[in-house]
Ligand binder design. Sequence first.
Ligand code: AMP
Length: 542
Amino acid sequence: MNGLMMNVQLSVTSIMEHGERVNGATEIVSYTRDNHRHRYTYRDAFRRTRQLANGIAGWGLAQGDRIATLAWNDYRHFETYYAAACSGYVCHTINPRLFPEQVSYIINHAEDQYIFLDPDFLPLAEGIAGECPGVKGWIVLTSEEHMPETSLPNAQCYETLVAAGDTSFDWPQLDENTACALCYTSGTTGHPKGVLYSHRSTMLHAYATMMPDAMGISSKDVVLPIVPMFHVNAWGTPYSCPMAGAKLVFPGSKMGDGATLAALINEEGVTMSAGVPTVWLGLIAYLKSSGMRVDSLNRVIVGGAACPLSIMEDFDKYGVETRVGWGMTEMSPLGSINSSPSSRERYSDAEFAKVRLKGGRPIFGVEMKIVSDSGEEQPWDGVAFGSLKVRGPWICSSYYKLDNSDAHAEPGWFETGDVATIDPEGYMAITDRTKDVIKSGGEWISSIEVENVATDHPKVAEAAVIGHFHPKWSERPLLIVVRNSDGQDLDAEEMLAWFDGKIAKWWTPEAVEFVDELPHTATGKLQKVELREKFKDYSFPS
Ligand code: AMP
């Protein structure tokens, strides 16, 4: 017997309609190139979204066609998200930090028809436009007054397009499985792969992220998404905030600028923010040098890479709770969140320093398991480790236009490419990427744990550990360090002594090399493939 409940389709359109009707007076504040404090409301945003949808409707696109963006976090990007998705098209967010060849590859692979771009990305777009013959037009996200000269074919001004559109629009009724957004992973090897989100997955993910032990977003919050809208939809905040009625503060191109972030937090009363560890390093450095505080800020979600303990301890001093989140582009992205700070009283100082570094517990909706090389499921004892597999309604079931991928080899599960342990309370800890695992004498060493200890050294700006050939142990860890401005005198002896008593003796790196900078991917992750290549002829001192 079926239940007698309405079969209402889950859609991004319903988020927009709710945001306008119920939370219409709530503000969205944006930093843009032409206005450092653009300010309007959800009501204004969604009225303009309808005007934009009318403009796009004149282009003769078919349902499911891709509209791409090369844009910062701001209100025009927000409007484009909704106008494209709710019209039945797919909003393809492109990461402008990818190499130009990767950008043209994904534009062509996605068969993008129109591209909305910030004026900052004109040089990039002009450089690749000739390689992208399928693109029918380029919409520059600016006003007529600021419209730059460009060689792009069929370039239009965004504000002109919006102004010409009627303020009413009949949104189509969409099946909840209709695609709404597309984002390519910035893999370190091979071509980027497309992850195609649906209205249903997007809405369920947004619901889940709002839970109290996850991001805990409510109508009292003022949310600053520093994590880009061009990378996994800013972790769902452009959807969860209008659902909850939270004020949104968009940092535009200033996501890496501590001074602007601190000003936005203080002027707008930001309570919650989300970003990768690097942005927090920038903000904390600015707070320390300026003596400024961020008293309204209550919590930050840190993800995308392992978060050093030093960031958490610095935030403790400012009264800001740090919650680690783990996820992937393929997971919309949120998979787990570490809410241990809200049960701080349960842990001794030493236990807390350990547990808070973990990737956290799966959020409801995400199932996890760890499996050995031979495919055997491993216990949740906090010691056994294995390849981390996940499943759930906001996890990709296959890549866009790619029928077979190793990640989907086991039916119904997605292999994350991460290696993890899970403890009896469900706290998952990422120990490595599968391809970065170090095996010394057949025993495994967690490069992430070693890196965490290294970056806690007061003279270290950044550190990476790679496995390197060793005649006796087959592999030993090689530590590669970037010294910080106070650490120019740091030498290998001092660095290696730092590990005494902090990790198992045999996990201590065999040697240290100092470099000026480490290679990163377009999303700020350490590029260990390049490091291994750079050090391939290296020999450990005997
Ligand atoms: P992306 O798809 O670019 O978001 O990258 C996803 C990958 O980032 C994951 O598979 C992890 O390897 C890494 N990652 C994300 N969050 C964390 C975290 N909290 N700790 C360690 N690694 C993380």
